[in-house]
Design a binder for this molecule. Structure first.
Ligand SMILES: [Zn+2]
Length: 267
């Protein structure tokens, strides 16, 4: 059984450091996924992506705990600004490839479940009937004419990303542009209409986006085997993929999932 919240399950990709981050507090939870370093690009910053993700996670957690009256967009903006202040004078935060993170945040406030999603993290809401509702910010996948570079992994060219990252009409990540907070996807539903909520990084949502799973099957596997079973399913699908280079990005990515079951919130 998934507990409330389920034991969060972050797992680094087999070939690198874990740039995912999660935190769970009283009535809120978040996952972050590091976004940023391109080969031979410093992004104007002397810090590793893991440092940026940890600073964002710490500021978001503190503001979620201390400022329950503020909208999630205001909390995200404050966390970006506090993270920017942490960098110090050695970093050029005006650099268009400055490292940051994608994020999925949920909060229980009054009688609502609120969410904020930016980048390619996902919030998925199960209302107990029908197919769950997924909130995924896929703007990065819908950039018209985006040039893909064939390197060690397939990726957008850094020069192109520099022209559309944290820009209107492009895509947004939390890190060095406070306006990203206002460009996040946000919404709310009555708590009593929600059965369970899943937040995950794109290392997990590729089960549905690449490998044909439905979100109902994802929830069912989590119920049966816990988040560990989901991570095993991701790694198995990646290993069995006959042509992993058809996808942009790494064959294995960091994978983090947190599930909150509302019946246990009310228990
Ligand atoms: Zn820095």
């Amino acid at each position: 059984m998934c507990t409330a919240p389920t034991r969060p399950q972050p797992e680094a990709a087999p070939d690198g450091p874990n740039e995912d981050h999660f935190a769970v507090g009283d009535g809120w939870a978040l996952v972050l996924d590091g976004a940023g370093r391109y080969p031979n690009e410093s992004g104007g910053c002397i810090h590793p992506v893991t440092w940026v993700v940890a600073r964002l996670g710490a500021h978001l957690s503190r503001h979620l705990a201390e400022r329950p009256e503020q909208p999630l967009t205001a909390i995200a903006r404050s966390a970006i600004e506090a993270t920017m202040a942490d960098h110090g004078p050695a970093c050029d935060l005006s650099h268009p490839l400055s490292p940051g993170a994608t994020a999925a945040i949920i909060r229980l406030r009054d009688d609502q479940v609120e969410w904020l999603v930016v980048g390619d993290c996902a919030v998925v809401i199960d209302q107990g009937q029908g197919e769950p509702t997924s909130i995924i910010d896929d703007r990065v996948d819908r950039l018209p004419g985006a040039p893909v570079v064939e390197g060690r992994v397939r990726t957008y060219s850094p020069a192109y990303v520099a022209t559309i990252r944290n820009r209107p009409g492009g895509f947004w990540v939390l890190g060095a542009a406070p306006a990203a907070a206002e460009h996040a996807l946000t919404g709310a539903l009555p708590q009593r209409s929600v059965t369970q909520i899943l937040r995950c990084t794109d290392g997990v949502s590729r089960l549905t986006e690449r490998y044909g799973w439905g979100w109902s099957a994802v929830f069912a596997l989590c119920e049966e085997g816990g988040p560990e079973a989901l991570i095993r399913a991701v790694r198995s699908a990646e290993r069995d993929d006959p042509n992993p280079r058809r996808w942009r990005g790494k064959r294995h990515d960091d994978a983090t999932v947190v599930v909150l079951r509302m019946d246990q919130v009310y228990a």
